[in-house]
Design a protein around this ligand. Structure first.
Ligand code: SIN
Length: 279
């Protein structure tokens, strides 16, 4: 039987009582899905999973999303390595708050990360609950921000002149920047979650590069104010990794970011994204 222990923080739960190395039964998939929608990020410790099992799990949760700007690991189409070598000196990957690929027309519902090599200290992943951030906002701010339309783009990160572009030398991850990163896509700043109906901020400054109908001189200070609110300590869950752990999170209700603190140790995780929910 699935056991779900909430983290006691703003989101997150630890889930035991299921073997993800084996094919999942339908009751298990629906129990996992409802725990995922309730707690937003689930950690499954003690899982001896390989890449086949990671793919099977992703398929069971909704199928693969489309992952631009990463080359997949050899022999797989849908698994990317989040990798940092022990002696690597590049800026940390994904250190800014974001929601995965929010610049897409149909961004991924969720993301899975499987521990391959976990350093003995550091490398925690932080998650910020965006329903909590919205619910805690004053009615006046909700009225001011609730109907804004955000403009998303990958350009600051993945365009040739972006932070993972041509000037980014010596990175071990297989990142593939490109001109297509300059494309733009709009989404409501505070959509209703497509499965639960709860409102929450979607994505943040970084992948959000503007606000529809607003000059950049007005939009950027506002986006900075919103971003500071979205990441307040009371909305954050700190995920501490263990070997043999899989995590699964909801990109529609959370922001996430990587942290460092493991210089001198290698860190590798295998990542899949889960396709947008089609109802
Ligand atoms: C990611 O944002 O995909 C990576 C998070 C991490 O490395 O902790």
């Amino acid at each position: 039987m699935l056991r779900v222990e909430p983290s006691g923080q703003a989101c997150g739960a630890r889930v035991t009582g299921v073997d993800l190395a084996a094919p999942l039964s339908n009751p298990s998939v629906s129990e996992i899905r409802s725990a995922w929608l309730e707690h937003h990020v689930l950690a499954f410790p003690g899982q001896r999973m390989d890449d086949d099992a990671l793919e099977r799990f992703t398929q069971a949760l909704g199928g693969f999303g489309s992952d631009p700007f990463f080359a997949p690991i050899p022999g797989r189409q849908h698994i990317a390595a989040i990798l940092r070598e022990a002696d690597e000196r590049t800026p940390l990957f994904a250190e800014n708050w974001h929601s995965d690929w929010s610049f897409q027309a149909h961004p991924p519902a969720g993301t899975c990360l499987l521990a391959i090599e976990i350093p003995p200290k550091g490398g925690d992943t932080l998650f910020a609950n965006q329903h909590a951030a919205w619910d805690a906002l004053s009615p006046a701010k909700q009225a001011e921000w609730g109907d804004l339309i955000a403009i998303h783009s990958a350009r600051l990160a993945y365009a040739p002149d972006g932070s993972y572009g041509e000037r980014d030398k010596g990175r071990s991850m297989a990142i593939r920047p490109g001109e297509e990163a300059r494309q733009e896509q709009t989404h409501p700043l505070v959509p209703a979650h497509p499965e639960t109906g709860r409102r929450g901020f979607y994505s943040t400054l970084g992948y959000i590069v503007g606000i529809e109908g607003m000059d950049d001189d007005d939009a950027f200070p506002l986006l900075r104010e919103i971003a500071a609110w979205q990441a307040r300590e009371e909305f954050v869950y700190r995920h501490v990794w263990e070997p043999d752990m899989l995590i699964l999170w909801d990109n529609r209700s959370l922001l996430h970011r990587a942290t460092g603190g493991y210089q001198g140790y290698r860190r590798e995780l295998h990542r899949t994204t889960i396709a947008a929910w089609e109802g």
